[in-house]
Design a protein around this ligand. Structure first.
Ligand code: Q46
Ligand code: ZN
Ligand code: ZN
Length: 306
């Protein structure tokens, strides 16, 4: 039987990178410390921030909420029901259950109620994922801005980041590369976006959430089948299995050399419909969903300013 490197108790996890075995107590400590270090290293959070955590019902968002709560951060959660049949209903129900168990305030937005249709229910040539990502980012940010949150934490992890990075390098998407990383700074009407799980793999996160008796959605979204990121993830997994630590070195090396991909100076306008930052006269959200007046996502939140 493998024993914990620190206390000699029965090992809960045997890791390959770094190479060590840890019991439940020390594994939890290891993961939470790693998250805390990432938050400090990239200066993700500071005094006075108002933090919103995006929860999808999946393990990554749950791990983000669990760890931030265990580390003593104050925040509220937001779930977006995307109207993708049973999958979205299950995701909403589980998000409610998670937040109730953790004692965290949860806000829910329902895409169908807001714009009249869910993802996959509109006549368009675009693949669901292409406008779903834009829709989620817009709603998260608009909700944050309308309700006085200046930071949004998402559950993106090391596997997601290395798969994006690989895809963006393979296609030389310089614009995306310049903006990829653990944090996107805040600006006028744009909340700061942070990824506290930036250095943790799917496996690390699965082992972490298994320590707590909180359910999560195991099934993938039905539209995710065939996504290129899944293929890149498989390739990277094979490399990681043969050479543990490669994924972490990949993102760390990228961040060190990010100046190779300078960001363009983009001057944003105000969307004529909603007033949010936009590249064109009308932002991609209002254009895609054919809006002629802004969504009002304000809810009754009392922020404690003491
Ligand atoms: S983008 Fe695509 Fe996801 Fe939206 S349509 Fe489903 S798979 S939920 S992360
Ligand atoms: Zn131990
Ligand atoms: Zn707009």
């Amino acid at each position: 039987m493998r024993r914990c490197k620190f206390c000699g108790d029965e090992a809960y996890v045997v890791m390959r990178s770094p190479k060590m075995a840890l019991c439940r107590v020390h594994y939890r400590e290891f993961v939470e410390r790693k998250i805390e270090r990432v938050i400090h290293r990239y200066k993700m959070l500071k005094e006075g921030d108002r933090l919103l955590v995006a929860v999808s019902g999946g393990k990554d968002a749950l791990a983000t909420a669990l760890a931030l709560k265990n580390l003593g951060y104050e925040f509220e959660c937001l779930h977006i029901n995307l109207g993708i049949g049973e999958h979205s209903q299950l995701s909403e129900n589980i998000s409610r259950e998670q937040c109730e168990k953790l004692g965290i305030k949860l806000h829910i937005l329902n895409l169908r109620e807001l714009v009249g249709a869910g993802i996959g229910e509109v006549r368009t040539r675009r693949a669901p994922c292409s406008y779903c990502g834009m829709t989620k980012r817009y709603l998260m940010n608009k909700f944050a801005v309308d309700n006085g949150f200046n930071v949004i934490a998402t559950g993106h992890n090391l596997d997601d980041e290395t798969a994006f990075l690989m895809g963006n390098l393979l296609h030389w998407n310089l614009n995306y590369l310049s903006r990829q990383g653990p944090m996107l700074s805040e600006s006028d009407k744009m909340a700061r976006r942070i990824k506290p799980l930036y250095e943790l793999t799917n496996e690390d996160i699965e082992n972490y959430v298994r320590l707590f008796d909180v359910p999560y959605v195991h099934e993938r979204c039905p539209y995710s089948a065939g996504a290129k990121s899944i293929l890149y993830g498989k390739v990277l997994k094979e490399v990681e299995d043969k050479s543990p630590g490669t994924k972490l070195n990949f993102v760390k090396g990228f961040l060190k050399n990010r100046e190779l991909f300078p960001s363009e100076d983009i001057v944003l306008k105000e969307c004529r419909v909603c007033g949010m930052p936009s590249l064109g006269e009308v932002c991609s959200f209002c254009r895609f969903w054919n809006l002629n007046k802004p969504l009002n996502l304000k809810v009754n939140i009392v922020h404690d300013d003491s």
